[in-house]
Ligand binder design. Structure first.
Ligand code: GRF
Length: 190
């Protein structure tokens, strides 16, 4: 049995796609959802799907190992970040080496790093007159968006696209690929 612990801060459309994909799978389950935001849509998803959730506090997250002890109880094979806005603390990276993954809504190393999240990314893609963008699924280390790349998928940016249109295209490929790459990592390890 593979358990996934999912971290998210926002709407949770990726979390939702992941839950749908693994729904009914006898070998893979989302065992815990963690959020820094009490109002995050992802917590409603947790409630609707009867998944335990944890709302974390910044000071405790960075200054204690309290949450590590809780996460350990859920025995994750993989920790999946899906729009989680806080930096993952060193102790978590060290306790789960090669087991924390993130998705970024652009083709890293382009449009990554601090401040590059959500619509900021897609606006930068438009400003830069890119002809393509996409997604990057990568391992997490202690630096924003710098861990080893696991998978990239691309989509076209047309000259008439605005940032919202790019965001919609990117979300569609995220929702398709993220659950499938998670499954591949769990089943084959690569
Ligand atoms: C996604 O675009 C993901 O790439 C990024 O944050 C966004 C989260 O969106 N890391 P949602 O909450 O899954 O809708």
């Amino acid at each position: 049995m593979h358990n996934i612990v999912l971290f998210a801060s926002g709407k949770g459309s990726n979390a939702s796609a992941i839950l749908d994909y693994f729904n009914g799978n006898p070998d893979i389950a989302i065992s815990l959802i963690v959020s820094n935001n009490r109002d995050a849509g992802v917590l409603q998803l947790a409630e609707a799907n009867n998944i335990p959730y944890l709302v974390i506090n910044r000071k405790k997250f960075y200054e204690t190992h309290e949450y590590l002890d809780i996460i350990r109880e859920y025995n994750p094979s993989l920790i999946v970040l899906a729009g989680f806005m806080w930096m993952v603390p060193k102790y978590l990276v060290e306790n789960y080496p090669g087991k924390i993954v993130n998705i970024h809504p652009a083709l890293l190393p382009k449009f990554g790093g601090k401040g590059m999240y959500g619509m900021h990314v897609h606006e930068a893609v438009i400003m830069n007159e890119e002809t393509e963008t996409g997604i990057t699924i990568h391992y997490v280390n202690e630096h924003y968006d710098e861990g080893e790349v696991i998978e990239q998928q691309r989509c076209e940016v047309s000259p008439d696209d605005n940032a919202q249109m790019v965001a919609d295209k990117v979300h569609a490929i995220e929702h398709f690929w993220y659950p499938r790459v998670i499954e591949r990592l769990l089943v084959t390890g690569i």
